[in-house]
Design a protein around this ligand. Structure first.
Ligand SMILES: C[S@@+](CC[C@H](N)C(=O)[O-])C[C@H]1O[C@@H](n2cnc3c(N)ncnc32)[C@H](O)[C@@H]1O
Length: 288
């Protein structure tokens, strides 16, 4: 495992949040640290949150149009849930990067136990300054890490830089509502977002339209965006249901302050989806 950890206060907070909380998350919800998919209108009821998460991955792959990539970069890889999934599905070599050394170590251990050998590697590295040469990967996948990036344009530029010509980019990320819908964010909406930013260590989020505008400045063809908020919002009800187990409540109370604060943000996500302030945005394209 190599490490090129950024030292900004935000990066340190993100690192310590995931260092502290990833063990509990894995114990309760498994290796995928992202929403699940509950049908286009959010009415399907998969057997478990974990199944909903695997369905989300499959739906994203199908939506992105990616074709059997030979090598994959997972930007903001958590404990390697998607990294291993994609490597196994495509027989691809895969690299995952995260700010959390604890996550990178755990991802490596999971890869080893599951026999991935040298096909899969993990690094502690910053998505805004990736330690990879231009045009290195066939598929750049970022599932719910964009919301942590302080510079969204730099984030997409870096993802695009390391993509080979003809390669596919897929980003799924938390957004706020499109400002063209109901005008500028109200004071109440801004306060709601500020609370979420503080509890989840997010610098800020932007609208999907803004991601689309950034992508227009990049060498991307067949660029598409989609809002899957309805399909993923029920995930938070599943999170609340699992968290009501006394063992989980005890885990949250004892894992550390940042984990406890993260749990306080759950109702803010539920309310954010209900009011339409929080959106789940997708962006995909092919490098020209
Ligand atoms: C919510 S987790 C998602 C993990 C994984 N994609 C999954 O779906 O299981 C967010 C991840 O983004 C990573 N991350 C946040 N900011 C990052 C940055 N600047 N560079 C690299 N990784 C970052 C965190 O370390 C964490 O692994």
């Amino acid at each position: 495992m190599t490490s090129t950890l950024p030292q900004t206060p935000l990066a340190k907070r993100i690192q310590s949040f995931y260092d502290e909380s990833s063990g509990l998350w894995e114990q309760v919800w498994g290796e995928h640290m992202h929403h699940g998919y509950y049908g286009t209108e959010g009415r399907d009821r998969p057997q478990s949150p974990q199944q909903a998460q695997r369905i989300l991955i499959e739906q994203l792959l199908s939506w992105s149009g990616v074709q059997s990539p030979g090598n994959v970069l997972d930007v903001g890889c958590g404990i390697g849930g998607s990294t291993l999934y994609l490597s196994a599905k495509y027989g691809a070599s895969a690299t995952g990067i995260t700010l959390s050394p604890v996550q990178a170590k755990r991802a490596e251990a999971r890869a080893e136990v599951n026999g991935f050998g040298e096909k899969v590697t993990f690094q502690v590295a910053d998505a805004l300054a990736m330690p990879f040469a231009d045009e290195s990967f066939d598929f750049v996948w970022s599932l719910e890490s964009g919301e942590h990036m302080p510079d969204k344009a730099k984030f997409l530029q870096e993802c695009c830089r390391v993509l080979k010509p003809g390669g596919t980019l897929l980003v799924a990320t938390w957004c706020h509502r499109d400002l063209a819908e109901k005008g500028p964010l109200s004071a109440r909406e801004r306060k709601h977002l500020e609370d979420l930013y503080r509890l989840y260590h997010l610098p800020h989020v932007i609208s999907l339209a803004e991601y689309g505008a950034i992508a227009q400045t990049l060498p991307l063809q067949k660029m598409q965006t989609a809002d899957w908020s309805k399909a993923v919002a029920p995930f938070w009800d599943d999170v609340v249901r699992s968290a009501l187990n006394p063992k989980v409540l005890w885990g949250i109370a004892t894992a550390g302050w940042q984990t406890f604060e993260g749990a306080l943000a759950i109702p803010l996500m539920q309310e954010g989806y209900r009011t339409g302030l929080i959106r789940y945005g997708l962006l995909a394209g092919t490098k020209a």
